[in-house]
Design a binder for this molecule. Sequence first.
Ligand code: PRP
Ligand code: GUN
Length: 184
Amino acid sequence: MKMLIETLKSSPVIKRGDYHYFVHPISDGIPLVDPHILREVATCIIEVCDFEDVDKIVTAEAMGIPLATTLSLYTDIPYVIMRKRRYNLKGEIPVYQETGYSKGNLYLNGIKKGDKVLIVDDVISTGGTMVAMIKALEKAGAEIKGIVCVIERGKGREEVKEKTGYDVKTLVKVDVVDGKVVIL
Ligand SMILES: O=P(O)(O)OC[C@H]1O[C@H](OP(=O)(O)OP(=O)(O)O)[C@H](O)[C@@H]1O
Ligand SMILES: Nc1nc2[nH]cnc2c(=O)[nH]1
């Protein structure tokens, strides 16, 4: 995780309302995504997660998409994106999503009862997004085989455990202190 950690340390931090938001290629797609970091992160996820019995990878729009795509190419497992807009397709499951700086809906399509899924996302912070994704997948009748987020900050992982009972694996834990990212 050398590249991920080194680049996180020099991430700019911006304010979104009262929330101190770090900006990094893996979590924002800017200023430039180096394929070496993407490969480093995907390889590490493959090391820590069991994909053996997984039918579908599920992620959330937008910044889970490069991760899900890369993992799909490595594992040959298809993926589904929970979108922020509705399609009104039959069986679409809407779910309310709240983060530290935004509120909205996510919409799940393409998952059927009994599907074995692995959830991937770039960041877990308040845990609001992950709780929403889990709720939608449970409503669809999916079996959640694993959950992984690349960057952890705040209490989101604990929140998810408390509210849903699921463990979230993370690759690195950070905090934002005095406008800087620190590795915990
Ligand atoms: O744990 P939480 O507080 O819910 O934060 C985590 C979520 O925040 C970001 O998504 P965001 O909704 O900002 O969308 P983006 O991927 O389009 O930036 C990130 O991609 C996670 O999905
Ligand atoms: N890029 C980025 N995504 C987030 N999602 C939740 N918190 C953050 C953050 O601080 N930075």
